[in-house]
Design a protein around this ligand. Structure first.
Ligand code: ATP
Length: 488
C-alpha cells in the first residue's frame, strides 16, 4: 500500500525539483506563461540523462536478447484500434469533486491515501477493510457506493477540509483530436494512451519481415498521452510522457513461466543500474485487469512513498484476439515445432522513461554534510551520467587551454564532454558535482611536461595522476553499458 509522504519527505522532493530546474534537467513546460499542468520539458543535462536511460533500456532489450527486435509506430492510429483494445469503453478513472474547494480528485486515490494514513496510525485492520471495500465497489462498477464509502469514512478534501462531495463519475483518459481538413469529412482520432497497441497491430508485419520465431519480443519507446485527473508529484504523473514497452509473444500455456522470468529479469535490471534493493519492491496485483492472468509492479520508494515504476503483465491473447475480431484479419502464428496455428500469448514489460528518470534523480541526489564542508552531488551510474568528463585547465594562460582542448578532441567523439576554464578549480568541481559528472580532468603545468593529468572522482573527491594516453580507456571502461548488461 502507498505510504503517505511526511513533510520532511516532501521537502526532499521539493529540493530535487528545485535542483532539476536550476541545473538544467527539467523545467515546467511553457514556463513563461506560468507552465502547463503535468507537462514538462527536459533541459541540457536532462535530455542527455533521459537519452542514456532510453538507450540502456533499448540495448538491453534488443542486443542482450537476440530474440527481441524494435519498432517505432506512430502516435496516431486507426480509431478502431482503441475500440479493440478496450480503451474507448473502459480506460476510465473515477473522479470526484469537492464542492467547496472546487478541486477534483481520483476517488480511488482519495480512499487509498486515507487507508495509508490509517495504517501509519497503527490501524492496519481498518485500512485493510477500507481498501478491500474499495476494490469490491470498483469491481462492481458501483460508483455511488464509492461515494458513500468516501462520505461514510469521513474522508475530507485536503484543501477545504469538508466532505461536501459531488457524485463519482467515470472520466476517459484519452485525448482526442480531429483529422481531415474539412470539418464534415473529419473524424475523431486519439493520441495513443500507451505504446503497446502499436506493437500488437504490427505483430505479423514484424514476425514475418524480421523472420522471428515464437518466443520473441518487440520493443518500442515512444510518447503516450493521458488526460490524468490528478497531476501531481512532478514528472511522476504527466499528461504527455514516454513509455518503454516490450511485448513478448509466447506459446499458450507457457506464459506464466515467462511471466516469472521477465519479472526477475526486470528487477535485476534495476538492481544492476545501482538502485538499492531496499528501495525496490514487488507488488503483485490482487485485482487483475480483464485481459490479464498475472500482473505485478516494480515499485520504488520515492520521497512520497513506494510507487509503481514498471509493470509486468501477462496479457493472455486478449489484444491479438481482439484485433483479429475487429480487423477480420487473422493474427495467428504457425509454430513449426508443434505443427500448430495459434494466437500467441503475451508478456508485457512496461516502464515510463520519465518515472525511471525521476527514480534515477531521487536515487542520485546526495547531500553530504560534515563539520568541514557540505556538498550536494548527483551520484549517477557513470554509464548514464549526462556528462562523462569535464576538462578543466587550471588557468587560462601558459598554453593550458590549448592542451585541454587537445584532450577534448581526443574524447569528444565517444563521450559527452564539457570544457570549462572560468572560475576557481574548486568551484568548477562543485558545479560538475551538481550535474553528476563522474570525472573531472584537471590540466596543469605538469601536463605540459609529462602528458599526465589529474582525475578527480565525483563520489570520493579523491584525485589521481593519469597519463593522457590512458584517459580514453579509463572512461570507456567506467561508462560502458557492458558492466550493467553482465549483471542482468
Ligand atoms: P498508474 O497506476 O501510476 O496510473 P498505470 O498502472 O496506469 O500507472 P501502466 O498503464 O501500466 O500504468 O503504464 C506503464 C508505465 O507507464 C507505468 O509503470 C509508468 O512508469 C508509466 N506511466 C503511466 N502513466 C504515466 C503518467 N501519467 N506519467 C508518467 N509515466 C506514466
Amino acid at each position: 500500500m502507498a505510504k503517505t509522504a511526511t513533510p520532511a519527505e516532501n521537502a526532499q522532493l521539493k529540493d530535487i525539483i528545485g535542483h532539476a530546474k536550476e541545473y538544467g534537467f527539467v523545467y515546467p513546460s511553457s514556463e513563461i506563461y506560468d507552465g502547463l499542468q503535468a507537462v514538462y520539458d527536459y533541459g541540457a543535462y536532462g535530455v542527455e540523462l533521459k537519452n542514456n536511460l532510453k538507450r540502456l533500456w533499448w540495448e538491453t532489450m534488443t542486443r542482450v536478447h537476440e530474440n527481441i527486435v524494435g519498432i517505432d509506430a506512430s502516435i496516431f492510429m486507426h480509431p478502431t484500434t482503441w475500440k479493440a483494445s478496450g480503451h474507448v469503453d473502459s480506460f476510465n478513472d473515477p473522479m470526484i469533486d469537492n464542492k467547496d474547494s472546487k478541486k477534483r480528485y481520483r476517488a480511488d486515490v482519495l480512499v487509498e491515501e486515507h487507508a495509508a494514513k490509517l495504517e501509519k496510525e497503527g490501524k492496519a485492520e481498518e485500512a485493510k477493510q477500507l481498501t478491500a471495500a474499495l476494490a469490491r465497489l470498483l469491481e462492481a462498477e458501483d460508483l455511488a457506493g464509492v461515494r458513500d464509502l468516501i462520505v461514510n469514512t469521513g474522508i475530507s478534501c485536503p484543501i477545504s477540509g469538508t466532505t461536501n462531495w459531488t457524485d463519482v463519475r467515470q472520466f476517459n483518459l484519452m485525448f482526442s483530436t480531429q483529422v481531415g481538413s474539412v470539418a464534415e469529412d473529419s473524424s475523431t482520432i486519439y493520441l495513443r494512451p500507451e505504446t503497446a497497441q502499436g506493437i500488437f497491430v504490427n505483430f505479423l508485419n514484424v514476425q514475418k519481415t524480421a523472420r522471428m520465431k515464437v518466443p520473441f519480443g518487440i520493443a518500442q519507446i515512444g510518447k503516450a498521452f493521458r488526460n490524468e485527473i490528478v497531476a501531481r508529484q512532478f514528472i511522476f504523473r504527466m499528461r504527455e510522457f514516454e513509455q518503454m514497452e516490450m511485448q513478448f509473444f509466447v506459446r499458450p500455456g507457457t506464459e506464466l513461466d515467462w511471466y516469472k522470468q521477465w519479472s526477475e529479469t526486470r528487477m535485476n535490471w534495476h538492481l544492476a543500474l545501482g538502485t538499492p534493493a531496499e528501495k525496490l519492491r514487488k507488488h503483485d496485483h490482487e485485482k487483475l485487469a480483464h485481459y490479464a492472468n498475472a500482473a505485478m509492479d516494480i515499485e520504488y520508494e520515492f520521497p512520497f512513498g513506494f510507487k509503481e515504476v514498471e509493470g509486468i503483465h501477462s496479457r493472455t491473447d486478449f489484444d491479438l484476439k481482439s484485433h483479429q475480431e475487429f480487423s477480420k484479419k487473422k493474427q495467428q502464428y504457425f509454430d513449426p515445432e508443434v505443427n500448430q496455428n495459434y494466437i500467441p500469448y503475451v508478456i508485457e514489460t512496461s516502464i515510463g522513461a520519465d518515472r525511471l528518470f525521476l527514480l534515477t534523480l531521487c536515487n542520485a541526489y546526495t547531500e553530504e554534510k560534515s563539520e568541514e564542508k557540505s556538498r550536494t552531488y548527483l551520484k549517477f551510474h557513470p554509464a548514464i551520467a549526462p556528462v562523462k568528463a569535464a576538462i578543466l585547465p587550471l588557468t587560462k594562460k601558459d598554453g593550458l587551454p590549448e592542451k585541454a582542448k587537445e584532450i577534448v578532441d581526443l574524447l569528444k567523439y565517444d563521450f559527452n564532454i564539457i570544457y570549462e576554464d572560468a572560475a576557481s578549480i574548486g568551484k568548477r568541481y562543485a558545479r560538475q558535482d551538481l550535474i553528476g559528472t563522474p570525472f573531472c580532468i584537471a590540466v596543469d603545468h605538469q601536463t605540459l611536461e609529462d602528458n599526465t593529468v589529474t582525475i578527480r572522482h565525483r563520489d570520493t573527491t579523491e584525485q589521481e595522476r593519469v597519463a593522457i594516453a590512458d584517459l580514453h580507456g579509463r572512461i570507456a571502461e567506467a561508462t560502458s553499458f557492458r558492466r550493467i548488461f553482465e549483471k542482468i
